[in-house]
Ligand binder design. Structure first.
Ligand SMILES: Cc1ncc(COP(=O)(O)O)c(C=O)c1O
Length: 362
C-alpha cells in the first residue's frame, strides 16, 4: 500500500488545516449546554438582515437551477454602490476563495508571498497550497510594520497580503503607511488589501482601498458579506481590481462558485441600511463596555477598529477558553496568553464579563 505522503505535492505536506472558531452545535453536543453564545468568529451577533431573508425566500423555488455565473444583479448593484465599473468586480465563495484564486493565478512555486506574522491565517495556507515562500514580517505592537515590509520587498516578491483592519488584532494600517508602501512596491508585485472589516472602521486616517485602484493597477481590494452583512453561512465575498485581473480570476474560478441564495441575499443585504446602522451601533456600545470592563479586570487589550478585541490573559488563554466553554461561551484563544473576542449583543457581553470575573478570581 502506497503511503500518500510520498505522492502528495510537497507544498501540501506542511499545511495545518484551518481551525475555525468552535461551532455552537459542537459545544451543545460536548457540554450538554443549550444556551450558547459564540464570540469566536467575528460574525454579526444580530444575525442576517431581514431583507436578505426575504430575498432568499423568493429564490427558494429556483433551487433546481444553477446560479447565474456572472452574478448579474449583485454585480450591477455593487458597481453602483461602490462607484466602480462592473468589470472590476470578482465574486467568491467567501473572500477566502478569492485569496486562494489570486495566489493560484499569480504565484509560481518559489515566488515570495509577504504578510504580517500576526494576521489572517489563510494567507499562510494559500501560500503553501501554491508552493510560494512565505515571508512573514514580525508585527510591531500588534500592527503591520510597514517599514519592514518595504525593506523585505525584492524582485522575488510576487504577492503581498495587507489585512486592514487586521485580524486578529483589530489594528489599522494608516493612509500614510499604505501610501508609502504602494509608492515603494513594484508594479510587478500584486498587493491584496483585505478589507473584510472595512464597514466597522471610523478613523480619518484609515485608507479606503477602492480610491487607490485607478492609480495602482497591481492592487486588489477584498471585502465580504460575512461580517457586517451577517451572511457568513452563505459564503460570499468580492474583490475589486483591474478588469484584466478579474478576467484571469474568471479563467480559474470553479463554475458557479457563488450560489444563488448567497447572490440574492447579498443583493438585499446591501440595501438594508437599517440593519447595518443597528449593527454598528451595538458594536460601538459593546466595544466601549468591554474596554471599560477589561480595564477594571486588568485585562490588557489592543485598541480595536473592528467587531472583535484582542486580549491578553495573564494565566493561559487555553484555560480561560475552556472554563468559558463550560459556561456556554465560545471565544478564540491565540498562542499561550492571547485571545480574540468578538463583540456581541449587550446581554452577551455582560454574560462574558460576569463569567470572566469568576474565572479570574479563581
Ligand atoms: C481578514 C479576513 N479576511 C477574510 C476573511 C474571510 O471571509 P469570508 O467569509 O468572506 O471568506 C476573514 C474571515 O474571518 C477575515 O477575518
Amino acid at each position: 500500500m502506497e503511503n500518500f505522503s510520498n505522492i502528495v505535492k510537497k507544498s501540501i505536506l506542511n499545511i495545518s488545516p484551518y481551525i475555525p472558531g468552535k461551532p455552537i452545535e459542537e459545544v451543545k453536543r460536548e457540554y450538554g449546554i443549550k444556551d450558547i453564545i459564540k464570540l469566536a468568529s467575528n460574525e454579526n451577533p444580530l444575525g442576517p438582515s431581514k431583507l436578505a431573508l426575504e430575498g432568499i425566500k423568493k429564490k427558494l423555488k429556483d433551487l433546481n437551477l444553477y446560479p447565474e455565473s456572472s452574478v448579474y444583479y449583485l454585480r450591477s448593484a455593487l458597481s453602483e454602490h461602490l462607484k466602480v465599473k462592473e468589470d472590476m468586480l470578482m465574486f467568491g465563495n467567501g473572500s477566502n476563495e478569492l485569496e486562494q484564486l489570486i495566489a493560484e493565478i499569480f504565484v509560481e512555486p518559489g515566488d515570495e508571498v509577504m504578510f504580517s506574522s500576526l494576521s489572517f491565517v489563510v494567507y499562510s495556507i494559500v501560500t503553501d497550497i501554491v508552493g510560494g515562500i512565505p515571508i512573514q514580517i514580525p508585527h510591531k505592537n500588534f500592527r503591520h510594520d510597514i517599514e519592514r515590509f518595504i525593506e523585505k520587498l525584492s524582485g522575488k516578491t510576487k504577492l503581498v497580503f495587507l489585512c486592514n483592519p487586521n485580524n486578529p488584532t483589530g489594528t489599522i494600517i494608516t493612509k500614510e503607511e499604505f501610501e508609502k508602501f504602494m509608492q515603494n512596491v513594484s508594479e510587478k508585485t500584486i498587493v491584496v488589501l483585505d478589507e473584510a472589516y472595512f464597514e466597522y472602521v471610523y478613523d480619518k486616517n484609515y485608507p479606503d482601498g477602492i480610491t487607490y485602484l485607478s492609480k495602482y493597477k497591481n492592487l486588489i481590494v477584498l471585502r465580504t458579506f460575512s461580517k457586517i452583512y451577517g451572511l457568513a453561512g452563505l459564503r460570499i465575498g468580492y474583490g475589486i481590481a483591474d478588469s484584466e485581473i478579474v478576467n484571469f480570476i474568471d479563467r480559474v474560478r470553479p463554475p458557479f462558485n457563488v450560489n444563488s441564495l448567497a447572490q440574492v441575499a447579498a443583493l438585499y443585504a446591501l440595501k438594508d441600511n437599517t440593519h447595518i446602522k443597528k449593527t454598528i451601533k451595538i458594536n460601538n456600545t459593546g466595544k466601549k463596555f468591554l474596554e471599560k470592563e477589561f480595564e477594571k479586570l486588568k485585562i490588557e487589550y489592543v485598541k480595536s477598529h473592528t467587531n472583535f478585541i484582542f486580549v491578553k490573559f495573564k494565566y493561559g488563554s487555553k484555560y480561560v477558553f475552556e472554563e468559558l466553554l463550560k459556561k456556554g461561551i465560545i471565544i478564540r484563544p491565540f498562542f499561550d496568553n492571547y485571545a480574540r473576542i468578538t463583540i456581541g449583543k449587550m446581554d452577551e457581553n455582560k454574560r462574558l464579563i460576569k463569567e470572566l470575573k469568576k474565572i479570574l478570581e479563581k
